[in-house]
Write a protein that binds this ligand. Structure first.
Ligand SMILES: NC(=O)c1ccc[n+]([C@@H]2O[C@H](COP(=O)([O-])OP(=O)(O)OC[C@H]3O[C@@H](n4cnc5c(N)ncnc54)[C@H](O)[C@@H]3O)[C@@H](O)[C@H]2O)c1
Length: 261
């Protein structure tokens, strides 16, 4: 029912990479809307700390390595134990700053191994989790999968932004985030009408990057600033809830207009 409500009371939301800088804010937004949140992350103690900081008391920490089949199974086991999964946020990913050897380096130095590893976390894990959690997502009657893409899944990189900095923009990131946008369309049609599947594509988030980069980035952004983690609270709550009941298969750019020109 589309009643415009963003109330998530009684719903269970799984957030991968939920202890990370963006994941923990997405978890907080969903908890504030009333959801029980399952925080999935590689880092066990960070999962527990994130859970402890969420409003409400019934949230769950689920330490798991999503690069390992056992890690994917641990998330599914956790949901099956709770007998609930209404919202799945596929947020964990190798980003430009993940420090994987052969990844965020000049194009000629990028390796097949790093490319494959990035696709495994950024694209295969969301596929696996969605496939295996589909029965629970369907059972609750409000299933919503939210994939985190990127502006670099929508447009090619402007390498001039990084000149003179130590920053990089890997091919595997572009391929995996573009793949996520298309996987979103695929899953939206295949899992309809029971489960909605959408994505949002963040623009660059301000995290103390090289000032030369920030200045160039802001000049190319219509809203004239980089994002903050808080800029994504609205989109995740909207896509998770019945407020977006007639929306599926979409990738919503939340990027200050970066992809608008
Ligand atoms: N930071 C940005 O500017 C930006 C821009 C566009 C899109 N995004 C997207 O937003 C999402 C979050 O980005 P972020 O910058 O907060 O990322 P991050 O690297 O800071 O955090 C990601 C989290 O995922 C976890 N993680 C890493 N490997 C894992 C594994 N094998 N198993 C389980 N968890 C694992 C990490 O421990 C971390 O908590 C990503 O999908 C990213 O591509 C970020």
């Amino acid at each position: 029912m589309a009643d415009g409500s963003t109330d998530l009371t009684g719903r269970t939301a799984i957030v991968t990479g939920g202890a990370g800088p963006l994941g923990s804010v997405l978890s907080d937004a969903l908890a504030r809307a009333g959801a029980r949140v399952v925080v999935v992350d590689l880092d066990g103690p960070a999962c527990a700390t994130t859970v402890a900081a969420l409003p409400g008391t019934d949230h769950v920490a689920c330490p798991a390595d999503l690069l390992a089949p056992e890690g994917i199974s641990a998330v599914v086991d956790c949901a099956e134990e709770l007998q609930a999964c209404d919202v799945l946020v596929n947020n964990a990913a190798f980003t430009g700053t993940s420090g994987v050897p052969g990844y965020a380096v000049p194009f000629e130095e990028q390796t097949d191994e790093a490319f494959a590893l990035a696709l495994q976390l950024n694209l295969l894990a969301p596929f696996s989790l969605t496939r295996r959690l589909a029965p629970l997502l369907r059972a609750g009657g409000h299933g919503s999968v939210i994939n985190v893409s990127s502006i670099y899944g929508l447009v090619g990189p402007n390498m001039g932004l990084y000149e003179g900095t130590r920053m990089g923009n890997p091919a595997a990131y572009a391929a995996s985030k573009g793949g996520i946008a298309q996987l979103t369309r695929y899953l939206a049609t295949v899992l309809a009408p029971d489960i909605r599947v959408n994505a949002f594509a963040p623009g660059g988030i301000a995290r103390g990057q090289d000032p030369a980069f920030v200045e160039r980035y802001e000049r190319l952004t219509p809203l004239a600033r980089m994002g903050t983690e808080d800029d994504f609270r609205g989109v995740v709550t909207w896509l998770a809830s019945d407020a977006s009941a007639y929306v599926t298969g979409q990738t919503v750019a939340v990027d200050g207009g970066w992809t608008a020109w």
